[in-house]
Design a protein around this ligand. Structure first.
Ligand code: ZN
Ligand code: ZN
Length: 394
């Protein structure tokens, strides 16, 4: 029944199965193709669009990394291709009105397929465009930096504020490990941080299931845990950009998206660690500064959330506490790959940090250990202790 646990990620596209949780899970992504040099398979992956116009989106970095190769591979196989490459001096593409506008204005009439070449930002813009223009899109991943490749939400900047737009899932996800292993190390560490954050996200989901009776799927939890384990087991090879380690990382990132797609909620991917990260991000954006990469912040937030689980362990249901890793373990997981550990490394000051522990639960309505600590513990004392742990030198 739950044979999905033994499947290769390339086999999960378009899957539908009756799960032991009582639901029928279905994934609305047609193709997932991962491995070495899979960009060269694009002409056959997109053969249904051979007679239609293809529109490629990239920026100056992703054009060089993979866009150029995608363009020439399709052109060489007689596809009708056009492309918009957004150039930004400071090398940081903000998904705002100007960038989204530039992409829409380059869109040829009667386009049949949009291909986005990039990671977070370009993917978010493409899925937004796809949902509004009703044109399917394919994502060619350039960095294993975050888990949004297979998710339908598109966070974009509008009027200086970050707004999460409902968008659509991709037609195809192309994860070429030859491209992604060359991504900047900071982006690889960000993807790793986003994966480590799933450890607390799953514990939060279990907590909510026990306390509020929220829907919970054991199969999905096992699926995500299995992917996390492979990343953890190969973590020391990430520094060498080892092919297998990069493959497991991108597999886990895509798979958490697949898990979300299968159940229609982001529970397996995001818990209290994401709330802290969002709280910090909004505060940093409000000061006009560029925030640290999403996954770097999530990585930093994970041991902090495990500290709260540790402090609440006397009253937590045992089944929940068993799922929450220790602060020592999660800190070591970050240390082992030389990822940032202290919130100060993400530009978070003492005061903002303290407030984020107190108010992190207000970021969104989603039951987590932060709500539990506010109700059943002394959150001021917890916030005070953890702040001193990280800001001792101040
Ligand atoms: Zn299920
Ligand atoms: Zn994330």
């Amino acid at each position: 029944m739950n044979e999905i646990l033994n499947m290769n990620i390339n086999e999960m596209a378009n899957i539908s199965f009756d799960c032991s949780c009582g639901k029928t899970h279905h994934l609305d992504i047609r193709k997932i193709v991962m491995g070495s040099n899979v960009i060269s398979e694009l002409p056959s992956i997109l053969e249904d669009f051979k007679r239609k116009k293809i529109y490629i989106l990239s920026d100056n970095n992703t054009w060089k990394a993979a866009g150029e190769k995608v363009y020439h591979t399709l052109k060489g196989n007689h596809f009708d291709v056009s492309s918009t490459m957004i150039e930004r001096d400071e090398n940081i593409l903000i998904p705002d009105e100007k960038a989204v506008g530039e992409m829409f204005m380059g869109l040829p009439a009667d386009t049949g397929m949009i291909i986005s070449v990039g990671s977070g930002t370009l993917n978010d813009m493409a899925k937004y465009m796809s949902s509004r223009a009703k044109i399917p899109y394919t994502i060619v991943c350039t960095a294993p930096s975050m888990d949004g490749y297979a998710s339908s939400g598109a966070p974009l900047m509008n009027g200086g504020r970050k707004i999460s737009y409902t968008a659509t899932l991709p037609y195809a996800i192309i994860g070429d490990t030859d491209i992604m292993k060359n991504a900047p190390m900071k982006m690889i560490l960000a993807g790793y941080g986003d994966i480590i954050g799933k450890l607390t996200a799953l514990a939060d989901w279990k907590l909510s299931h026990e306390i509020t009776g929220e829907y919970y799927c054991e199969t999905i939890v096992k699926l995500v845990q299995k992917a996390i384990n492979k990343v953890v087991d190969t973590r020391f090879d990430l520094a060498k950009r080892d092919e297998d380690a990069i493959f497991y990382l991108i597999e886990a990132l895509i798979l958490t998206g697949v898990a979300m797609g299968l159940i229609g909620v982001s529970r397996p991917a995001s818990g209290a660690e994401h709330m802290l990260s969002h709280y910090w991000e909004m505060a940093v954006i409000a000061t006009g500064k560029n925030p640290e990469l999403h996954g770097i912040k999530v990585g930093i937030a994970t041991p902090i959330i495990t500290k709260i689980f540790d402090k609440m362990k006397d009253t937590l249901p045992e089944s929940v506490f068993k799922m929450a890793p220790s602060a020592k373990y999660t800190t070591q997981l970050l240390r082992d790959v030389n990822a940032p550990i202290n919130p100060q490394e993400a530009g978070i000051d003492n005061d903002l940090f303290y407030r984020s522990i107190l108010e992190g639960n207000t970021v969104r309505k989603r039951y987590s250990i932060l709500d539990y600590a506010v109700k059943h513990g002394n959150i001021e004392k917890i916030a005070d202790e953890i702040t001193r742990n990280y800001y001792m030198d101040i």
